[in-house]
Design a protein around this ligand. Structure first.
Ligand SMILES: Nc1ncnc2c1ncn2[C@@H]1O[C@H](COP(=O)(O)OP(=O)(O)O)[C@@H](O)[C@H]1O
Ligand SMILES: [Mg+2]
Length: 513
């Protein structure tokens, strides 16, 4: 008998959106059950129904063989169901322990027993290997840690079945590894986990079975050991997905970006980017591989004018681009897809059309002597929506209401339409769904074939290996190697350089830069 069976769930929201169209889900006790699907497929809606946050329009739910009506989260919690949402729901000014016991505080007599709250938190944290400081305030707690708090909060309330809605979307690769270890501990302690994601590598790594959703419907349910990433991708997207990008051979052109002996030391005096020299040429994608935190982010911020360098030089087509701010860099034909698109990438409250000209509004055709030209701006918006396949009602749609993949397409469209000679792409597909990833990859390679110089930084090694012509490995602020991306280059070999086990000699680096 399944632990949970949802049958023929239909959900029509009050505004008429059909978010679940006859979905059935079966979850066995003790399994890790992944639910995958592109943005908007209806995954969160189904999970909210299982947690009593939304009521199904029709359909039924059985727990341990008995029909239940989950009229609110309290009902779900009483049945041993817990959920960690995409957006955390914690009280910033409270400590971790206070948040974990909130609403179910241990008491001694008439008063809340905060000592016991701390002791209980420590106990839980130890049992599941989810380490945290019970006395720290949420406001001082980083994202990965807040997620642990949410998980422990659900466990404190007796969750046997834990629903995690896109838990890795906000995590770094290291935090993701920690989370996966914690999930395995939960299973060892007899819990059951439903894990939502659109990253198929994660599905293959951690799950026992996978349910695939597309356009509000269930497409299928498979055993993880009997499926593959291409199969799952095809089910999710509804067509063949080309996981490999055609990278037609081209001759590397003249250098566009030249970096010489660049040093960036942070406020604490640490040499975060430590005397590095390299080039990016026309018709090439130079990919930077490295464990996050080895200077890649700072290097990009220096090159895009967001930080001032300590010493050294960087030129684009012979023009010095350092220490003069982002606008100077852009005016010298450098485009930038930023790592953190929510803070640096888009104005969420502005329209798609306005976001597309955020860096060029002061130039014709968007500004003529009479002032801003709204019709030219909107026409450009419509053209970009069509060319980049941005799914939105119109060019007036606010960017904040778009899915992650479509938001990223707006950024890519904006950066390409500035007609750059150098593109700095930092984590260009982080948090983006498969269809959009495929599109963005193809765009990057096409532009490179047409002559663009591209510096690609990605924490996803597969992405670096798929797109790059050459790979530069960073370790501890230094360049550990330049490697041509030939078919015999393996993840293992790259890993040796990424972890600092091996290092090319200064002569080898000089010859290959
Ligand atoms: N509260 C709501 N009211 C109206 N429509 C909603 C609501 N929540 C989600 N939707 C719509 O339902 C569809 C499915 O959304 P969701 O379940 O969040 O998908 P997923 O989690 O797979 O990205 C989307 O079209 C979304 O815009
Ligand atoms: Mg969702």
């Amino acid at each position: 008998m399944a632990l949970l069976e949802a049958r023929d769930i239909v959900k029509i929201y009050p505004n008429g959106v059909l978010a679940n169209n006859g979905v059935s889900l079966s979850v066995e006790k003790g399994e890790i059950h992944a639910v995958v699907g592109e943005n908007g497929a209806g995954k969160s809606t189904l999970m909210k129904i299982l947690y009593g946050l939304e009521q199904p329009t029709s359909g039924s739910i059985q727990l341990r063989g008995e029909q239940v009506v989950l009229s609110g989260p309290h009902k779900a919690i009483a049945q041993g169901i817990g959920m960690v949402h995409q957006n955390f729901m914690l009280v910033d000014s409270f400590t971790i322990a206070e948040n974990i016991v909130l609403g179910s505080e241990p008491r001694s007599g008439m008063t809340r027993d905060l000592k016991k709250a701390v002791a209980d938190t420590e106990q839980l944290s130890k049992t599941y290997g989810l380490h945290l400081d019970p006395m720290a305030k949420i406001i001082d707690t980083p994202v990965g840690m807040r997620q642990r708090v949410e998980i422990l909060k659900a466990l404190y309330r007796g969750a046997e079945l834990l629903i995690l809605d896109e838990p890795t979307a906000v995590l770094t690769p290291g935090e993701t590894t920690d989370l996966f270890n914690a999930i395995r501990n939960l299973i060892n302690e007899g819990k059951t986990v439903i894990f939502i994601t659109h990253k198929l590598r994660e599905v293959m790594d951690i799950s026992d079975r996978v349910t695939v959703m597309r356009d509000a419907k269930l497409v299928g349910m498979v055993n993880t050991s009997e499926t593959s990433i291409p199969d799952l991708a095809r089910m999710m997207v509804g067509r063949e997905v080309f996981m490999q990008v055609e990278r037609p051979p081209v001759v590397r052109g003249a250098p566009v970006l030249e970096v010489n002996d660049m040093l960036y030391a942070n406020d604490a005096g640490r040499k975060v980017v430590n005397h590095i020299s390299f080039r990016v040429c026309r018709n090439e994608i130079l990919g930077i591989a490295g464990v996050e935190g080895n200077g890649q982010t700072e290097l990009v911020e220096v090159l895009t004018g967001l930080r001032d360098v300590t010493t050294g030089e960087a030129t684009v087509n012979g023009v010095d681009v350092l220490n003069q701010g982002p606008r100077h860099v852009r005016e010298h034909k450098v485009a930038h897809i930023p790592e953190d698109r929510l803070t640096n990438g888009v104005a969420r409250d502005a329209s798609i059309a306005d976001n597309l000209i955020i860096d060029s509004y002061y130039r014709p055709p968007f500004k003529q002597h009479l002032g801003l030209q709204p019709e030219a701006i909107r026409k450009h918006g419509r053209e970009m929506i069509a060319e980049f396949g941005i799914v939105a009602a119109s060019e007036d749609t606010h960017v904040g209401s778009l899915s992650g993949g479509n938001m990223q397409k707006v950024i890519v469209a904006r950066e390409f339409s500035s007609n750059p000679q150098l593109l700095i792409a930092a984590q260009p597909t982080r948090g983006v769904d498969i269809g959009a990833i495929e599109f963005i990859h193809q765009q990057l390679v096409d532009k490179r074939t047409q002559g663009l110089a591209i510096l690609l930084v990605s924490a996803d090694l597969q992405e670096v290996m798929k797109l790059s012509d050459r790979i530069m490995v960073m370790y501890n602020g230094e360049i550990a190697a330049f490697l041509p991306n030939t078919p015999d280059l393996t993840e293992e070999k790259l890993g040796m350089y990424m972890l600092g086990a091996v290092h090319q000699t200064p002569e080898e680096l000089e010859a290959a830069r």
